[in-house]
Each structure stands twice: as C-alpha cells, then as structure tokens.
Design a protein around this ligand. Structure first.
Ligand SMILES: [Zn+2]
Length: 222
C-alpha cells in the first residue's frame, strides 16, 4: 500500500507521522513476510522504518544499467567489499556501502538503531525445509519475486549477500537479540541510480523478529 503526502486532500486523514521530513514524502508499507523493490536516483534519500519493533529487513541493491532498461543489472551491493572498507562490523553514520566493483552505492546518513548485520545470508527455502517448514516464505524468495522484472532469479539472489538491517547477531550469535523498537529507522543516501530490494524477514522461528513478523515502511522522496 502506498501513501503520498503531496497528493493528500484537506479532507483526507492526516499524513502518517513517519512523513515528517519535508523531502521524504512517500510511504510504502511492506507487508509482513513480503518483499518490495523500488528505484532511487543518485543523491536521493530513503528510510527503512520498523513500524512495530524487532523486525529485520534484508536489503540488496543493484546499479541500474545506464543504456538498456531490459539489461540485467550486474553491479550490486557487496558485503565483502563493504566490510573491507568499514571501521567496524556494522556501518556507522557517514560510512558507505560499496558494490562488487568497489563503487560507493549507499551512504548511511541517519540511524536510530546502529545495530545491523553484514555476515549472514538471507533466509531461504533450504533453511526452512531443514527445519521441516515446507512452503515457508523466505527473504531470498521475497527478493527474487520483486527482482524478477529485472531479469534476476532465485539463484541470483541466493548468490547475493544482504545487508541485514536491524539484525542483532554479534559475533555470529544466533539468538533472538532484537534491537529495534517501533518507529526506529535507518536513512540512506543513494550514490548511484539504483534498484533497491527489501524483504520483511519471515523468520519467525525461535523468537526471532520478536516472535511475530510485522510490517515495515519504506519512505522515499517520490
Ligand atoms: Zn529472512
């Protein structure tokens, strides 16, 4: 679902309090356990907002091919290249996430949580099947669904490491250590024309994601 402050009429309900920034006006709610892809132009900002708390959001990003809309994107956000450049295990405000060609793609400009993960893969069908959970939604499939129009498959997504926003897994700790609260957000600035894909992580096993997967919001400039 989407809401746009610029198109609201005086009779419409008040805009979401999330839309308090004069530049970031468009809110898209990503339903629990689902994905969303959106384009951002270089120098524009966007936010990922945890609406209910303790919800992890897997994020991947690709540079849009400049010459052909039908061309499959190949340059993408890389956690391995990014880890090489960072001062710590998670990006600080002002630090940059880079691509597999070592180009800067996203800059962290605001962050009310400051705890994220850059080491784990996205949850995927195999992970759930190993636990007897057949047909369970997964981040890898969510992102594959929304990136299919760009020519990417589940195999492409499973070969891409995500930036796990709001995921608290220090030193590879696989315990339900939620860290974000309702209303927390991270804001990033795009440093190239990108398509960004996010997944509201469906991993509801063992108390992760607060034990109940919930919606998140993406706030963009238009
Ligand atoms: Zn997941």
């Amino acid at each position: 679902m989407t809401r746009n402050k610029a198109t609201s009429t005086p009779a419409a309900p008040a805009a979401s309090p999330l839309l308090s920034d004069s530049v970031l006006t468009h809110e898209h709610v990503v339903p629990a356990s689902h994905g969303h892809a959106f384009r951002v132009k270089a120098d524009s900002h966007f936010r990922i907002v945890d609406l209910h708390g303790e919800q992890v959001v897997d994020l991947m990003a690709w540079v849009l091919p400049p010459h052909s809309k039908s061309q499959q994107p190949t340059e993408k956000l890389s956690m391995a290249y990014t880890r090489f450049h960072l001062s710590g295990a998670t990006p600080a405000i002002g630090e940059t996430l880079v691509s597999n060609l070592d180009n800067p793609l996203l800059k962290i400009v605001k962050d009310t949580v400051k705890t994220h993960d850059m080491t784990f893969m996205s949850c995927n069908p195999s992970l759930y099947e190993q636990q007897g959970l057949h047909g369970h939604r997964s981040c890898a499939e969510n992102i594959a669904e929304v990136m299919e129009p760009y020519g990417l498959s589940l195999g492409d997504i499973r070969g891409t490491d995500p930036f796990n926003v709001f995921q608290n897994t220090p030193y590879y700790t696989l315990k339900p250590l939620g860290c974000s609260r309702a209303g927390d957000f991270i804001e990033m600035k795009a440093l190239a024309d990108l398509v960004v894909a996010v997944s509201c992580c469906p991993y509801d096993v063992g108390g992760f994601n607060g034990g109940k997967v919930t919606d998140v919001a993406i706030i963009t400039e238009s």
